[in-house]
Write a protein that binds this ligand. Structure first.
Ligand SMILES: Nc1ncnc2c1ncn2[C@@H]1O[C@H](COP(=O)(O)OP(=O)(O)O)[C@@H](O)[C@H]1O
Ligand SMILES: [Mg+2]
Length: 342
């Protein structure tokens, strides 16, 4: 069993969800249920397994059910049908005190609009979660200081949120979420309100932190580039249904349907795809291999392309132990980077 298990979740909004649920189970889609029953399908039979330590991105257009899904993880909403398990524990079975303790100790949340307390300075915002847990002032300030420094805000401890830029406020949001050392970070469009360059910095910052912390991160975005950059795996939602779950490279190379394909059309494939995902696997070097070019299996296609253009021979792909793992034909790279539109 995975760390987080979401099993056959349906969420119907409206006064008589049970009737609409039967329609959904019978195969009716979101539009039909809205037209015939006046109910909104938030999620339609969604099942997902999220592993401990992975950055799991949920992507989809506005209204596809992303926020509804993440709100099931902290039980801000209960499903119409289905189950949510954390570490084998059914969170729907938790009573209110257990649920509150679960949220405080095991979850950290980062919101799109930062959600900082306006009358508290940076230090007291970051220390807030620990304060609620009853941690003494000295200990919580020591911990908050550590996290403020980690997100690059040392020196700003006594500033108030309205004295900070959006990017800095979200750094405070991130530090606050991390200060309680949660197992899981829930981030709903956390970077979507930021300017592009600041946003890109925050993505880099999150990846840097995650490389050390190995939290389980559930990150919501409507932006495919952000999803591809951050996600170990990506789930794509459409009209409350799960359309595809996969690693970034799988999503790009094997889109599940026309909807996903349309999403991936404008992606910089050379930046996302790596040698490993397009090579012809083999452990044999071709004859006269001394003269051939070699790349690492983790190298990105955009970095391999100049090498490919300089040779007419296949390129050897090696792993970090210097063993041959595959070959790449240069035409294959060009074909992948610039696919024929259809
Ligand atoms: N509290 C609610 N009451 C009624 N409908 C809702 C509620 N919350 C969400 N919805 C509907 O559920 C669908 C999914 O919404 P949401 O999860 O917010 O989408 P996203 O976060 O992907 O933009 C939308 O059609 C939305 O209108
Ligand atoms: Mg949303």
């Amino acid at each position: 069993m995975s760390y987080i298990e979401i099993r056959n979740i349906f969420k119907i909004f409206g006064s008589d969800p049970k009737t609409a649920l039967e329609m959904a189970k019978g195969g009716a889609d979101k539009d039909e249920i809205l037209a015939k029953a006046g109910h909104t399908v938030g999620l339609h039979d969604v099942s997902l397994s999220i592993e401990q330590g992975e950055t799991f991105v949920v992507m989809g257009l506005s209204g596809s059910g992303k926020s509804t899904l993440i709100r099931h993880l902290n039980r801000l909403i209960d499903p119409t049908a289905g189950h949510v398990m954390f570490g084998g524990e059914d969170i729907l079975a938790m009573d209110i005190p257990t649920l509150n303790a679960f949220r405080r100790k095991r979850l950290g949340m980062v919101f799109q609009r930062f959600g900082l307390l306006p009358h508290r300075n940076v230090m007291d915002n970051v220390a807030y979660g620990l304060e609620i847990q009853g941690v003494d002032r000295k200990t919580r300030q020591a911990s908050a200081s550590k996290w403020i420094e980690r997100v690059g805000l040392a020196g700003y401890e006594s500033k108030f949120p309205d004295q900070l830029s959006g990017g800095m406020q979200q750094r405070v949001g991130l530090a606050r979420a991390l200060a309680t050392d949660p197992e899981v970070l829930l981030m709903d469009e956390a970077f979507s309100a930021l300017d592009p360059l600041i946003r890109s910095d925050m993505q880099d910052e999150l990846m840097k932190l995650q490389a050390e912390l190995h939290k389980t991160i559930v990150f919501i975005t409507h932006d495919l580039d952000e999803a591809l950059k951050l996600g170990d795996r990506i789930a794509i939602l459409k009209d409350g249904k799960l359309v595809q779950v996969g690693r970034p490279e799988e999503i790009i190379l094997h889109p599940a349907d026309a909807y996903v394909k349309a999403f991936t059309r404008d992606v910089n494939r050379g930046r996302v795809l790596r040698a490993r995902s397009i090579m012809q696997p083999t452990d044999q070097s071709p004859p006269h291999s001394d003269a051939l070019c070699t790349v690492n299996e983790d190298d990105r296609l955009e970095d391999i392309l100049p090498i490919a253009l300089s040779t007419s021979s296949p390129i050897i792909v090696k792993n970090t132990a210097n063993g041959i793992v595959g070959l790449i034909d240069k035409h294959r790279i060009i074909e992948i980077i610039a696919p024929q539109s259809n």
